[in-house]
Design a protein around this ligand. Sequence first.
Ligand SMILES: *Cc1c(COP(=O)(O)O)cnc(C)c1O
Length: 428
Amino acid sequence: MIYKRSSALFAQAENVIPGGVNSPVRAFKAVGGTPIFVKEAKGAYLYDEDGNKLIDYINSWGPMILGHAFEPVVNAVIEKAKKGTSFGMPTEIETQIAELAVSMVPNIDKIRFVNSGTEACMSAIRLARGFTGKDKIIKFAGCYHGHSDSFLIQAGSGAVTFGAPNSPGVTSGTAKDTLLATYNDIESVKELIAANPNEIACIIIEPVAGNMGCIPPKNGFLQALRTLCDAHNVLLIFDEVMTGFRLAKGGAQELYNIHADIVCFGKVIGGGLPVGAFAARNEIMNHLAPLGPVYQAGTLSGNPLAMAAGLAMLETLNNDPSIFTRLAEKTEYLHKGFTKVLNDNNITHTINRVGSMISIHFEDNAVIDFKTSAKGNNETFKKFFHGMLNEGIYIAPSAFETWFITDALSYADLDETIAAVNKVAATL
Ligand SMILES: *Cc1c(COP(=O)(O)O)cnc(C)c1O
């Protein structure tokens, strides 16, 4: 494949943008080579600046669950844009999307819209601290909750890829209030709670981890967290920025039938525009300004274009819940196909999958937490990534990412992908 124009555009970008990108993982540092500059996308396909066509398994890291340039979303944005793009005043569409989100997601009465998943998680822990009057939070190694200071402690994804889990610039004062537990290990949580009596405001977790590859919660793990939180007056925060409106209409809360106290959203909820949100019962949400003392705000929050895109997306998902079954079936089809061709080629691997999230780890032991995920063979992953790219299949340029399956993928696309894995596996 030719990347001539992408290479030139990247060199030009590097002069004026740090590393040539506005989010680090895009720079391909973990896999080497030149990032691909996209020109346009439609449905399941990306078209890059050199004229290559790629089957996309990143899908903007999740939002494009119905495929790129999905018409109802595009049309909603165009129609809204004609009427003004921002007012900083209330608009009816904010209530419409809020009502729909509250009706789709279990156990929430009110929702506040922000501009990214980072903002959603950052605001959620402030609210939890304000509500409980306690300072410390528990997060899990390898879980990513955006790039705000409190969370850059063994975060997954890009933060792991770059080997700087504790970013310079995060003060030790902030870091000491973030306690680290091990995913799928309830004892590690119990120990932290016991060692910090009456100090923990909340536990924040990706109910299905997606930023250290895809890692499902072990049977009973989320329920055990719920029980522990209830016993110790700790709020349970589900960061559903990735899983929300993806694993089910009501996200992981619905899939596992566990109620969280605060839920964070991003990605799908914005239909591809910059949107995040956090939601909870009245009792908790009423602590937010202007009703309560916990401050949180945003000049562009609830932006009409973003709300129009999000509303069109959620309406589609709400009106056709069979989308989630279809997505899970396509993902299962890939899983079976990958397993067969990787076994045929004697490639050591583990595949994890929940709904429309799937990841291949080049490691034969079970991948259940950050440590086991980090064991995967990164040299094999690099070769695999570039091999797939060469076959016209675009997967995340990091071993710590999940693949995102979209409704736009046809079974012919899936077969092409499995055939590519077979061909690439033979070279590993
Ligand atoms: C992507 C992601 C975030 C951060 O969202 P941004 O919109 O990138 O700020 C937070 N939590 C999880 C689980 C995510 O996957």
